[in-house]
Design a protein around this ligand. Structure first.
Ligand SMILES: [Zn+2]
Length: 97
């Protein structure tokens, strides 16, 4: 272990499920899957299993293409069909410029 380096960002680090890069948790958007629908959880307080990604459509599309949501959220696609990502996509479309 190295001593604390003040130049490094502090706090928890998560991996973006889109581009797979590590980033400070506060720079990533937490999403949760409830009832087959992926919803953004900007406050990071929603219960259940969450996944993190950069709040950008680029990372969203990467994650979608790689089916990273299904995997990261441990969603059983056999039970309820495909995850509904439209709400999250809408959120990113309106939030990110
Ligand atoms: Zn990313």
């Amino acid at each position: 272990m190295t001593p604390h380096d003040p130049r490094r960002p502090t706090g928890p680090v998560r991996t973006c499920i889109g581009c797979r890069e590590k980033a400070a948790k506060r720079e990533l958007l937490r999403v949760v899957a409830g009832d087959g629908t992926v919803v953004p959880d900007p406050g990071g307080s929603a219960p259940g299993r969450g996944a993190h990604l950069h709040p950008s459509l680029a990372c969203f599309e990467l994650a979608e293409r790689r089916r990273a949501f299904t995997r990261a959220l441990r969603y059983d696609a056999g039970a309820g069909g495909a995850l509904d990502l439209s709400g999250l996509e809408q959120y990113l479309t309106t939030q990110v410029r």
